[in-house]
Design a protein around this ligand. Sequence first.
Ligand SMILES: [Zn+2]
Length: 351
Amino acid sequence: MNADRTDQAITRTVPATRTPHAPVRGELRPVADGVHVWRPLPGVGWGLANCGLLTSSSSAAWIDTPYDRTLADQFLALSRPLLAEGTAIDWLLVTHGNGDHLWGWEAVPDARVVYTGAAAAHIAHEPDPCDLHRLVHDADPDTLVGWYLSRHFGRYRWPETQLPQPALTFSGEVEIAVGEIPVQLTQLPPAHTTGDLIAYLPRQQVCFSGDIVFAATEDEAGDHPVHWAGPLENVIDGCDRVLATGATVIVPGHGPVLDRTGVLAHRDYLCHLRDRVHTLHAAGVPAPEAAHRIAAENHHPALHLPERLSITVGLQYRHLDASAPTPMLHQMQALARLAWQLEHPGVPVPS
Ligand SMILES: [Zn+2]
C-alpha cells in the first residue's frame, strides 16, 4: 500500500469482500433471414460480447462464443430450437483471439473452429483460460489490480477450460458455406488485436465486425472501445472495411446492433479520440495523464468503462513513439489506477 494512504480511506473505499455479480442472461434476436444475434444482458461490462447464430436447412454456425461455459450453454440452449432437424452447430467462426469471443467453445466441441493465422499466434501468446481464472479468483481484492479484476471478471469461470484446435486458419480472405448461407471472412491489418477478421453475409447484407466496433446508441448503452494492437488509424480503416462490404446491419463485438449511420458515428468518435490523443502527445502530456484528461472530458457519456482509455491512449502513444508493447500487467495496473481515480477523486490510489 502507498505510505500516504490513510486507514480511513482504506475502510471507506476498498471492499473487504469480493463484489457480488448480477447474473447474466442472454437474448437471441433475429436480425435477418437465418441470422440471430445473442446479446448478453446486462449489455455493458468487460467480457459481455455479442455472438451470432446462422441457421440453414443443412447446417448451422456460431460466430464467436460467450466468455465462459455457463454463458455458452445458455446460448446453446437458445440456439437449439432454431436449428433445422438433424443439424448441429457445425462451424465456429471466431472474429479474433480474445477470450470473450472464444472461451465458451467447449459448449460446441464438434464445431469446426475457424480464425486467422494471426489470431492463432495471438492466442498462443496470451494467458490461457486457466491462467486467467487463477489470476482473477486468487487475486487479493485489497490490492488495486485485485480490486479491479474481482469486480469486472469475477463473474466468469474457466478453471478447466482448454483452448480449441482450429480446423482452419487463414490469411487474406476465405468463404465458408454454412449450408446455403455463404459467409465471407476477411482478415484485417492489426487493429483491435493482431488477428481480427470481419464476417460478411452477402445474401443477408449483415456484417459481424468483431471488436472493430464497440457500439452504443441513444437507446442502449455500450462500453468504451479498448484496442490492443492498433494504431487507431487501423481501427478506423476497419470501420471503413465494414461499411465497404455494403452491409445494412452491422453486429458489433459489443453493444447494440447498428445500421450504417451508427457505424459512421462510431468512426467519427474514433477520429475525435485519435485527434485528442495526438494533440496531447504533441503537447508533451504523459499517456496516463492524457487518458485521465480525455476520460474526464466525458465526450461520449453513453460509453461505460472510461478507464479503458488508459489502454487505448497508451496504445496510440506507443505507435507515435515507436516504442515496444507494454507488458499486460502494466496495462492492467494503469487501467485499474484510472478506474480508481475516476471513481474516487482525491483518494490515494492503493498499490
Ligand atoms: Zn470483445
